[in-house]
Design a protein around this ligand. Structure first.
Ligand SMILES: *Cc1c(COP(=O)(O)O)cnc(C)c1O
Length: 228
């Protein structure tokens, strides 16, 4: 079997095992295959193996792949830094954006989303460890930003995303993800209808599932190391 298909199969088994171990509903965790810097051919292999959610970080690279593959059964998630001059392309080609952290970007995405398309699904990126160099809204600023973005007409605010600082232990990984879950629960209590926690990557997805992840974003464990 192809290595990509084998990795996907193994990941699905690990996800299932983690769902059981941590008392999550079966199939409550979706696998987003992060295909940045991977070829169209690698993506097609993953599609043949049954994968249909893909995450991309670079707009131009992604648009080329999306139009080349041209498969309406796929769902494309933008997970990279959103630059102001790229919002129109993102609004046109993607189903989800996980990396929104300011109102000005959200307003542009909303106004540029075509009325013929369903609303663009949005996660707010949270800088859970307050790292100065990292993107994301702080936990303090989150409630106001979420409230403002929830009113934008062409967006559907779905939940939160984070990329924690690297942690030494499983318990420390869980602690960071727990903060994101608690933040989501607080927003839900304030009346927002949210259902998504985008958290967990190749090295920490089990801890993320333990803390309630609904989408894990996996690159290396599917496609191998990225070559730059
Ligand atoms: C690259 C990337 C991933 C995937 O990381 P791996 O360690 O390769 O699984 C997940 N999320 C974001 C935002 C990324 O940029």
């Amino acid at each position: 079997m192809d290595i990509i298909a084998k990795n996907l199969q193994q990941l699905q088994q690990q996800i299932q095992a983690a769902e059981q171990l941590y008392h999550r509903q079966p199939d409550s965790v979706q696998l987003l295959a992060v295909s940045k810097q991977q070829t169209v051919s690698a993506i097609k292999t993953a599609i043949t193996a049954g994968q249909n959610l893909f995450g991309e970080n670079y707009v131009q690279e992604a648009v080329t792949k999306i139009t080349t593959i041209n498969n309406s059964a796929l769902e494309w998630h933008f997970i990279g830094a959103v630059q102001t001059n790229k919002t129109a392309l993102i609004a046109q080609y993607f189903h989800w954006v996980h990396s929104v952290d300011r109102l000005s970007i959200a307003k542009r995405l909303s106004s540029q989303r075509s009325p013929e398309l369903p609303p663009l699904n949005i996660c707010l990126q949270v800088n859970i460890d307050n790292e100065p160099q990292k993107a994301g809204v702080t936990l303090q600023e989150l409630p106001q930003l979420a409230a403002e973005i929830s009113h934008l007409p062409r967006l559907k605010l779905r939940g939160l995303m984070t990329i924690p600082a690297p942690k030494e232990t499983f318990d420390e990984q869980r602690q960071a993800f727990r903060q994101l879950r608690l933040a989501l629960e607080n927003l839900q209590k304030s009346g927002l209808k949210l259902d998504t926690l985008s958290m967990g990557m190749s090295h920490d997805f089990t801890a993320a599932i333990a803390e309630g992840a609904t989408i894990i974003r996996i690159g290396t464990a599917i496609f191998g190391r990225r070559v730059t």
